[in-house]
Design a protein. Structure first.
Lengths: 458, 831
């Protein structure tokens, strides 16, 4: 039964409430003490329970980025909201609230278990993005349209469904209908669907289901076709020759040319125009094919390029790794030697040696890195790519200027963008590596310093 | 033996010089050196040479005191067989033929040296040279090819120079004697080698000719040291990597060009000096080494082996010098002339001029102009006829043959007088034993025992209950050195190999869901427990466990542990993570598990210094103590598990050892289900089946038994029975059957009565003589009684049974007769 919210003071989901809940539900005993000392960040919380708190409005949850499980049952929530940020959510319980419509769940694409039991929902809707949904609980709601069930056919992973306590569950055909239309379902209203029922249901509704399936298949096919077309166009766009494999350019040319249109009314011109169009189309198609070929070339060119860069970097990395491994071996032995040494001057001498080693390693690693940077510098060979563009340019000269300009500029901008990106990537990589080396060296140095302090204390 | 030492030194010098030669890249005139047959030889590098020099200098040459005298006095001829001491009539005949031949030859060619035909053997008996050859195939696969044979002969025998270097020897000993004393002159050498080669299928001949001084004295001073010759290296096919369009610039060269140039100049100067010095030295050496002109050049008698092409895929004729075992081309200038040659079948005299050594000789033994043969009718007549002189030669041939045919017709070489040549392998000590098994229940396939290391290795086929593959061990005691390999697919835990030493245990895994690849445990010395229950196991304390993991692709690299080390004794845990793809450092973490108490007495749960970590990409949450605490707790649990695992592994080893011992003791065999003779189960089943079949067969026979046949036979065949006939037939059949039943009953009755009577008689006799009977007789009587009683009882039972069954049988037959189609007439009435 829905509780009336005016019987009790509604509460606000504020920071204090959340902190309290997190503290209560966090680690216990020794770990709890530690947690208390340090405090828990909301974004580290994986599971949160906020039931029986008379919450009216979901709020303040945006910090819980990594939350996997959220329980908000037995409150007086009227609207699903404020959950947009919890994209990692797998388990959401909103049962025993006063929700009237399903909404605001579009970003929770990882949701597998959704409970909306005992609410005031009258229509199953707005769940399209929850493709991973496995368990859906919608019992004790106000769903009255049997055909609404067909909406659930899109959830391929759905195995458990509860709908008891809805107006539709009183229908005579309720169970059979659901079993027939949701063939992959395993549990309905917390009971396993036996094979016999499934067969019966299937036999009963076979005709309408077949029709439905046919419609769905058609829809699917259309979608796939559209997808394929979009991909094709995308491919052409990357080759900068979209809409060139037909009369599209010609048509667009004449669409704005009122003079030309007028000309076509003259006797004989229409035939001329026809042949002109044919030739034009043939040339367009030629360009189109050429463009595609060039695209292939660019691609292989780019692949070899990146492969070479990758190889160079990989080799450099291997060298670095070997250096570090060798250093670590030596370092470990010298550290243990230091620990065993009892004479202070000796220790100091050894520590000095160690730091010398560390700085030597630093130098070596940095040198490797500098070498690589130098090697990769000016290495990007624009020529080949520009050549490819130039070659196609010759043919394009014959074509309509507008289109050609567009093509060439686009190719050029693509080229510059590519080169920029490569440079940027390389710089980023370099920064990262330098940072890594510095970090490592700092760590080694501090470890050594610690040892020194410890020894002196001893 | 001083000479030998000198030679070694000389060789060394030669090597040094050779090395210098390499270094300078100076082409030296090879003309001064003997022509090498092996052209593909490459000389070694300088370091190797130095090594070699060192090795050679370490070799101690023992100078044997005894002189290499090998005269007949030292030979014990008493034990030699008869064939050595006498000549058979055939041999005598052969000697006469040879003498005749020799006379003709000396008459025809008075200026040539007398023939070497029949030297004396060790028993002072003249023997024809061909019969001294004893073709023998050695039972050793190593001695199948000519090079190994030659090497064996040259290694095994010690060379003795000819008593007179200008004449062939007066004696030629059998190969058996030569082998026994391991000494011989060039004729002995070539005889033995030739015997072996002919035995191996080569077309080989002993040659009596003239050799150079070096050859005759086995002087190898001017040869290239064989140890400096490397076998030709197989040139690796280098995969040509397609040069890529984009290549990175090579690292910038930061060396000064000027300095480099200066350095090069300096080097060159030094080298020039060195070269000069070397050249001078070389010249000096050459001077010293140059062969002195031999006064007896071309007169020194030598014997070697000729191998003709054709057999055993020999592509070209060549010589083998038996002293050194080296092969030479027939053009070689060491060989200065050939007088004669022979194999086990015939003897040929060279009629060609040897003014240009052997270079112009043609080894076509079938050509009687070039080679005068002694015996006709041997299969050696491969005359390669050329078109133009076809007829001429033929004519001559005919003339020659005509003259000889009279005396030599159908005369073939007598069998060799020499005993079977035997080479016994001596001084072999067993290094390893291999035993192969089959059909073993424990799947043991091969046992390999290495006697030098005392290591035993058992190989198993798939299917052992413990999935064993290889087990190598020195002792079956636990906690010793051993390696056990497993069929990892047959094991749940994916264990491939477990290596044990007294203090460690290493395990290798593959294909585990937790990506564990390696576990290594170090054990400490066993702590002595003074407990009463000695049966309780006392495992060795674990000091350290190292575990390594494969990369788990589902986890990010900085959270995927690559190696974890539990230092149990130090309460320390070290973790090393996998390295991220674009990084060169890997994260590390070290936990000190010490639980401490702070100055107020409160237990410290976790302090930052209990976890030292290096992180490539520090993340906020990993810095938190809570995270570290949880990680540590997790590791503690893992450590417990790992220790348990190690302990279980130890137990498993014990179990395996026990099982192996049991299996070795039982050594049962598996029997294939197709092996019908040995497989008990299948045998039983088969026998049961046979029994059933047999019974079935009997029943069939019975059903097929035709009661009517004897009666039908009385009637004319092929006619349909009339009703009357049918009735009569039936009645006859039934009455006959009845009679038989009665007869049988009577028979049983008669036997029964007889037995009873006998028993009664016996009883009577017993009662009469009871007093006088010995105990044995009494026993006899009693046993008889019991047996008789048994027989009577059985007969009684049979009788009763017969009485019961007889009417039934009678009825059954009656019914059967009614149903019999041949007596169909009967049914008509009744139907």
């Amino acid at each position: 039964m829905n509780r009336l919210y005016n019987s009790m003071e509604p509460r606000v989901m504020d920071d204090d409430m959340l902190k309290l809940a997190v503290g209560d539900q966090g680690p216990q005993e020794e770990a709890g003490q530690l947690a208390k000392q340090e405090g828990i960040l909301f974004k580290d919380v994986l599971s949160l329970q906020l039931d029986f708190r008379n919450i009216l409005r979901i709020d303040n949850l945006w910090q819980f980025e990594n939350l996997r499980k959220l329980q908000l049952n037995n409150n007086i929530i009227e609207k699903i909201e404020g959950l947009e940020n919890l994209t990692h959510l797998v388990w959401l319980d909103l049962s025993f609230n006063n929700i009237e419509t399903i909404e605001g769940l579009d970003t929770l694409v990882n949701l597998e278990d959704l409970s909306l039991f005992n609410n005031r929902i009258s229509k199953i809707d707005s769940l399209d993005t929850l493709v991973k949904l496995q368990v859906l609980s919608l019992g004790n709601n106000r769903i009255d349209n049997m055909m609404n069930i067909i909406y659930l056919r899109r959830f391929k992973c759905l195995r458990t469904l509860s709908l008891s306590g809805n107006p539709i569950s009183e229908a005579e055909d309720y169970k059979m209908f659901i079993c027939a239309y949701l063939a992959d379902l395993v549990y309905l209203d917390f009971r396993r669907i036996d094979d016999h029922t499934k067969e019966l249901a299937e036999a009963k509704h076979q005709y309408s289901i077949d029709e439905l399936k046919h419609r769905e298949n058609l829809m699917q096919a259309r979608l796939e076709e559209e997808q394929a077309q979009r991909e094709e166009l995308e491919k052409h766009k990357t080759a900068f020759v979209e809409h060139l494999n037909g009369s599209f350019l010609f048509d667009s040319m004449y669409a704005e040319d009122s003079e030309g249109n007028k000309l076509s009314y003259l006797p004989g011109v229409s035939e001329l125009l026809e042949t002109y169009k044919d030739k034009f189309v043939i040339i367009c198609v030629n360009i189109f094919e050429y463009g595609l070929k060039q695209q292939e070339k660019r691609k292989t060119e780019l692949d070899t390029f990146s492969e070479c860069v990758h190889e160079a970097i990989q080799e450099n990395q291997e060298q670095g790794k070997r250096k570090i491994a060798r250093f670590e071996e030596k370092h470990l032995s010298s550290l243990s030697a230091i620990r065993e040494e009892s004479e202070l001057p000796n220790i100091e001498k050894m520590i000095l040696e160690c730091s010398a080693d560390i700085s030597e390693l630093f130098d070596a690693l940095m040198m490797l890195e500098m070498q690589l940077v130098e090697q990769l510098e000016l290495f990007v060979d624009k020529d080949t790519i520009v050549n490819a563009v130039g070659a196609s340019h010759d043919i394009h000269l014959l074509k309509i200027d507008n289109r050609e300009d567009e093509l060439v500029t686009r190719i050029n901008s693509w080229c510059t963008r590519l080169v920029d990106k490569i440079h940027k990537d390389e710089i980023m990589r370099n920064r990262r590596r330098v940072k890594e080396i510095n970090q490592y060296i700092d760590h080694m140095q501090s470890e050594l310093d610690n040892l020194e302090c410890g020894d002196i204390l001893d | 033996m001083e000479v030998l030492r000198e030679k070694v030194e000389e060789e060394e010098e030669a090597e040094r010089e050779e090395a210098a030669e390499r270094a300078e890249w100076v082409r030296m005139e090879k003309m001064m050196r003997p022509v090498e047959v092996r052209k593909e030889e490459t000389t070694l590098k300088q370091e190797t040479l130095r090594d070699l020099e060192k090795k050679l200098s370490e070799i101690q040459i023992t100078v044997s005191a005894e002189l290499p005298a090998f005269t007949k006095d030292t030979i014990d001829i008493s034990k030699l067989p008869v064939s050595y001491k006498t000549n058979t009539p055939k041999e005598e005949h052969l000697l006469q033929v040879a003498d005749n031949f020799s006379r003709q030859y000396s008459h025809l060619c008075p200026d040539r040296v007398p023939l070497f035909l029949h030297p004396l053997n060790e028993c002072e008996v003249p023997k024809f040279v061909s019969t001294t050859l004893r073709p023998t195939l050695m039972p050793y696969p190593e001695l199948y090819n000519w090079d190994s044979c030659a090497q064996f002969v040259s290694d095994f025998l010690t060379m003795v120079p000819l008593p007179d270097p200008l004449k062939p020897p007066s004696h030629m000993y059998s190969s058996t004697t030569v082998l026994k004393y391991q000494k011989g002159n060039c004729f002995d050498f070539s005889t033995l080698l030739c015997s072996m080669l002919i035995g191996s299928g080569y077309d080989a001949y002993c040659v009596n000719g003239y050799g150079s001084l070096d050859l005759c004295h086995m002087d190898l001073t001017r040869e290239v040291c064989p140890l400096t010759v490397k076998p030709k290296e197989t040139i690796k096919e280098e995969e040509k990597v397609l040069p890529k369009k984009y290549t990175i610039k090579p690292p910038r060269d930061l060396c000064s060009r000027f300095e480099q140039e200066q350095e090069v100049k300096k080097q060159q100067e030094i080298r020039a000096q060195e070269q000069k010095r070397l050249r001078e030295e070389e010249e000096r050496l050459m001077e010293a080494e140059k062969a002195k002109p031999d006064a007896l050049h071309g007169l020194r008698v030598h014997s070697w082996v000729l191998v003709l092409s054709g057999k055993r895929e020999v592509p070209e004729n060549f010589f083998i010098d038996p002293f050194t075992g080296h092969s030479y081309s027939t053009q070689d200038e060491h060989f200065l002339g050939i007088e004669s040659l022979w194999n086990h079948k015939n003897y040929w005299i060279n009629m060609q001029d040897c003014w240009n050594c052997c270079k112009d000789l043609i080894f076509d033994l079938g050509d009687p102009v070039r080679w005068e043969y002694m015996l006709l009718g041997t299969d050696k007549s491969q005359l390669s006829l050329t078109e133009e002189d076809d007829s001429g030669i033929n004519d001559e041939d005919d003339v020659e043959n005509l003259g000889k045919e009279d005396e030599d017709k159908s005369f073939d070489m007598p069998h060799s007088w020499v005993e079977q040549i035997e080479i016994s392998p001596e001084g072999t000590n067993i290094l390893e034993i291999k035993e192969w098994y089959q059909n073993r229940e424990d799947m043991l396939e091969l046992k390999h025992m290495n006697k030098t290391t005392d290591l035993k290795t058992d190989y198993f086929k798939p299917g052992h209950p413990q999935a064993l593959r290889v087990h190598s061990y020195k002792s079956m005691q636990p906690e010793m050195d051993r390696v056990i390999e497993f069929y990892e697919t047959a094991r749940v835990d994916g264990l491939i190999k477990r290596e044990e030493t007294p203090r460690t245990m290493t395990e290798y895994y593959q294909g585990r869901p937790d990506f564990l690849s390696y576990r290594h445990a170090n054990f400490g010395p066993r702590v002595k427990k003074f407990t009463l229950s000695s049966a309780e196991s006392n495992p060795r304390p674990i000091v350290k466990i190292t575990e390594r993991f494969f990369r788990n692709p589902a986890k990010p690299a900085e959270e995927d542990v690559a190696e974890r080390v539990f230092l149990v004794a130090e309460e320390r845990i070290q973790l090393r993570y996998h390295c991220r793809e674009d990084h060169i450092t890997a994260s590390k973490r070290e936990f000190l598990r010490r639980t401490e108490v702070d100055n107020k007495g409160n237990k410290i749960i976790m302090t930052p210094d209990m976890c030292i970590s290096f992180e490539v990409e520090p993340m906020e949450h990993t810095k938190k103590l809570l995270y570290q605490y949880e990680a540590m707790m997790h590791l503690k649990r893992e450590e417990k598990l790992s220790r348990h695992q190690v302990w279980e592994s130890e137990l498993e080893v014990l179990e395996i050892l026990k099982l192996r011992e049991e299996e070795e003791a039982a050594h049962t065999l598996t029997i294939s289900i197709y092996d019908t003779k040995r497989n008990e189960k299948s045998k039983e089943y088969r026998e049961a089946m046979e029994r059933v079949m047999h019974e079935e067969h009997l029943r069939q026979v019975e059903t097929q038994l035709d009661y009517l046949a004897p009666f039908l036979a009385q009637l004319p065949p092929g006619e349909k029975l009339t009703r009357w006939q049918a009735v009569r037939l039936k009645d006859e059949c039934l009455s006959d059957f009845k009679q038989r039943l009665i007869n049988k009953a009577n028979l049983i009755q008669a036997r029964f009565e007889k037995e009873t009577q006998e028993l009664q008689k016996k009883q009577q006799w017993y009662q009469e003589n009871q007093v006088t009977l010995t105990p044995e007789d009494e026993d006899l009587y009693l046993s008889y009684c019991s047996q008789a009683m048994f027989r009577i009882r059985i007969l009684e039972q049979r009788l009763n049974r017969h009485k019961e069954l007889a009417p039934l049988k009678y009825l059954a037959l009656e019914e059967k007769l009614y149903k019999d189609p041949r007596l169909g007439e009967l049914q008509k009435i009744f139907a």
